[in-house]
Design a binder for this molecule. Structure first.
Ligand code: ADP
Ligand code: MG
Length: 766
């Protein structure tokens, strides 16, 4: 069934050509014991390697059941070694980190035999060799003869047709040698056993046939095969090692080198720790910024001013100076109207827009504030006399119009020193604001009739004090076209038309709130202001002012044209004919609702002429995009820097894998002899770097998780921010994957080197 014709093989070492086989033709029967004798260097091992498919002849042909093998592909050779050949070596060639049983199973693992079948076959083979009880030992714990029995068990377990034994008794004493010969003799009843030996006497005693070699030639054949057997053709079952098998094999190997693996993984994890901590910090800072913004910027209104910048501010300067060089070399003046620059948009705050904004969904808009320039006419009574409150004594600010709960802005932005936000719900309730140091101007204290020179004042003493808001028709009296403040303040104070204001609480802007910097003075509800404007816009003085070309309070004439028009409008607004506000502030219910509010405003603009559109300013977005851009920038730079350590660890893994390849060269040879493909060898090492990568990734994640504890403690001391470093689970998974990838990538070149190793040379390796 096996026939060689004119096989030649020579080796070229440094220009010297050594003929290892020189035209060998020989045919073998299906079974029988063939001994190959000859002096050292006569080509015996080369012959076995060629028959076994480990090596290829330079010329000549080998036939298997009449099929020529010269057309075999690499995978067919691998399958041939796995299915048809069983190798037995002088030096046993067992894999030290696997148990005896696992060594015996290895070839069947490669051919993809099921676990139960290969366990059964391995057990049978070991029992046949008389060493069934040693199945779970490691090869290192056995004697030479026992190891050779294991090697024979491994060779016969998959039930190959040919057993190739290269000096199997070379390392054994004579008694053990004879036992091994008995075993081979027994096997030769069913299989073809070709055994290389030095020992002519043993060959004479056991072999059916003896081939003598000298200088690569077959010089004597005790029983030349003459009669040819029926040629039945030849079939092979392909081998392949699954990645799972490779993983198991590598895991076993790694377990024998725990320290080395741990150190490698620890080294490789450093890069991951760095990146992971940076991401954790960036993630945490991002969350801190987000929640900070949601808290603080969430209370920022969207602003609509009379003039808004219509373009991206960064383009502004270049756009304004478009086309004009600096310091031109001409003596010319270019007329230029800054106000006509189309970059500045003039918002016309129409009744339509104000109504549109007021109709906004209450679930997204919490309140509105209008910029008002109406003057407030206020009187107070102290010690029996009525006095004016001048705006220089006491500023009056407006609380936003509230769409939702009463006093929600007040409660959010202010701390109460006296009174509270629950009982102060009347429209005419006003609130006295003191400064962040709890100070109040002495003039204001005097207004209340309290002792301004006292060291401290109980805030409760301001509560319940009354002020009167006087409408225009009571405040002003007509003196023939010119209006002046009515001299009878007592009458005005007592008038039915006067609106009584009550100080309901003393408040201070919260430290975290945007109103901290606000002046001390009164806070009045916008709702009250709207009522007042409704009344005052119908007043006599406003009607007179509308008709006059002079300021009806001073008699000063307005100038001609547009400038005069503007002066008149300002005068009317100050008198309370301020129906359209100068600016609008829209308060979203929270940070998240802001997008919807912006979309609502965009809807207003849809389909409108450029000039009729409203351009708004979203201060919060400007601030938050700036801060998140900075954070992202810093994160990217830091991640790139620490990625360098990933490159370093990748190279380190490469070096360590390469040394592992060197160390396991013989194992590579054994696996190849058992039918492993090049790709399978690659897999074994990829599996090893994969495992190392997973370990490294996990170590990295665990260590960085631990490192966030002291990092947070330090950051808390430095910044008073709690839990800054927070690991994102998604990042964690990605990082482990990156670690595995860099690790496998690092080991790829050594793995390929391993796969390309010549199996014959690998088996010879020490
Ligand atoms: P044997 O097993 O009979 O002692 P081998 O088949 O191992 O002999 O070697 C036959 C000849 O080929 C020897 O001269 C040996 O030096 C040479 N040879 C074998 N393998 C190689 C090789 N890989 N490179 C160079 N020469 C080799
Ligand atoms: Mg040899």
């Amino acid at each position: 069934m096996l026939e060689l014709k004119e096989i030649r093989k020579s080796y070229n070492t440094a220009g010297f050509i050594q003929k290892a086989l020189d035209g060998v033709s020989v045919a073998f029967p299906k079974s029988g014991f063939v001994a190959v004798l000859g002096p050292s260097g006569s080509g015996k091992t080369t012959l076995l390697n060629i028959i076994g498919g480990l090596d290829r002849a330079d010329s000549g042909e080998m036939y298997l059941n009449g099929t020529p093998t010269s057309g075999f592909s690499q995978t067919e050779w691998d399958a041939y070694r796995n299915n048809c050949i069983g190798f037995v070596f002088q030096s046993y060639n067992l894999i030290g980190h696997l148990t005896v049983a696992e060594n015996v199973e290895l070839g069947m693992v490669l051919s993809g035999l099921s676990l139960s079948k290969r366990k059964k076959k391995a057990k049978e083979a070991l029992e046949k060799m008389g060493i069934g009880e040693h199945a779970n030992k490691k090869p290192g714990q056995m004697s030479g003869g026992q190891m050779q029995r294991v090697a024979i068990a491994r060779a016969i377990a998959p039930d190959p047709e040919i057993i190739l034994a290269d000096e199997p008794t070379g390392a054994l004493d004579s008694v053990t040698s004879e036992q091994i010969m008995d075993i081979l003799k027994e096997l030769s009843k069913e299989k073809l056993v070709i055994m290389v030996t030095h020992n002519g006497e043993l060959a004479d005693r056991y072999a059916d046939r003896i081939l003598r070699f000298k200088d690569g030639r077959l010089v004597a054949d005790s029983a030349a095969e003459t009669e040819k057997e029926a040629e039945t053709g030849f079939k092979l079952k392909k081998t392949s090692m699954s990645f799972l098998t490779a993983l198991r094999l590598s895991l076993k190997n790694i377990f024998t080198k725990k320290l080395k693996t741990s150190l490698t993984a620890a080294g490789a994890s450093i890069g991951i720790i760095g990146i992971s901590l940076i991401l954790a910090l960036s993630n945490g800072f991002g969350m801190q910024i987000d929640s900070f913004q949601a808290r603080t910027l969430g209370s920022f209104p969207i602003t609509v001013m009379q003039t808004a910048v219509a373009v991206d501010p960064s383009d502004l300067m270049s756009a304004i100076n478009e086309g004009l060089p600096r310091y031109p070399d001409v003596k010319t003046v270019y007329p230029f109207d800054r106000s006509e620059s189309n970059l500045l948009h003039r918002n016309v705050l129409t009744d339509e827009f104000v109504k549109y904004v007021e109709a906004a969904d209450r679930s997204i808009v919490r309140g509105l504030a209008y910029g008002r320039s109406a003057e407030i006419n206020m009187l107070y009574e102290t010690g029996g006399t009525v006095k004016r409150v001048s705006s220089s004594d006491l500023s009056v600010s407006l609380l936003p119009l509230e769409f939702g709960k009463v006093n929600s802005f007040l409660n959010d932005d202010y701390d109460f020193m006296a009174g509270d936000g629950k009982s102060s719900v009347a429209k005419t309730d006003i609130f006295l604001v003191i400064d962040p140091r709890n100070r109040l101007d002495k003039n204001i204290i005097a207004l209340f009739g309290l002792d301004a020179d006292a060291e401290t004042i109980d805030p409760e003493s301001f509560i319940g004090k009354e002020f009167k808001l006087i409408p225009n028709d009571v405040w002003y009296s007509d003196n023939g076209g010119i209006f002046s403040v009515s001299p009878d303040l007592n009458a005005a104070y007592a008038s039915d038309a006067a609106i009584t204001l009550r100080v309901a609480a003393v408040v201070r802007g919260k430290e975290s709130s945007r109103v901290t910097a606000m002046n001390e003075g009164f806070l009045m509800r916008s709702e009250l202001m709207e009522d007042l404007i409704a009344v005052n816009s119908q007043s006599k003085i406003v009607a007179a002012q509308k008709d006059a070309n002079v300021n009806v309070r001073t008699g000063m004439p307005f100038s001609e044209g547009a400038a005069g028009e503007a002066m008149k409008n300002r005068a009317l607004a100050a008198l309370g004919d301020d129906v359209l506000p100068s600016s609008v502030y829209i308060y979203p219910v929270n940070f998240d609702a802001k997008e919807q509010v912006l979309a609502y405003l965009d809807d207003y603009n849809a389909g409108k002429e450029e000039a009729d559109r409203i351009v708004y300013t979203d201060m919060a977005a400007t601030i938050s995009s700036l801060s998140s851009n900075i954070l992202n920038g810093i994160t990217i730079v830091l991640v790139v820097f620490s990625s360098i350590s990933l490159v370093v660890s990748s190279i380190m893994i490469g070096i360590i894998t390469y040394s592992s390849v060197i160390e396991r060269t013989r194992e590579i040879g054994i696996l190849r002899a058992l039918g492993a493909r090049k790709r399978d060898i690659c897999r074994v090492f990829n599996a090893e770097t994969f495992i190392t990568g997973v370990f490294a990734g996990l170590i990295g994640i665990v260590l960085s998780a631990l490192a966030t504890i002291p990092a947070n403690a330090i950051l808390y001391k430095l910044t008073e921010l709690e839990n800054v470093a927070v690991m994102n689970p998604f990042d964690t998974v990605i990082l482990v994957a990156v670690c595995v990838l860099t690790s496998v990538a690092g080991g790829l070149i050594p793995a390929i080197i391993a796969a390309r190793k010549d199996p014959v040379a690998a088996l010879r390796a020490e």
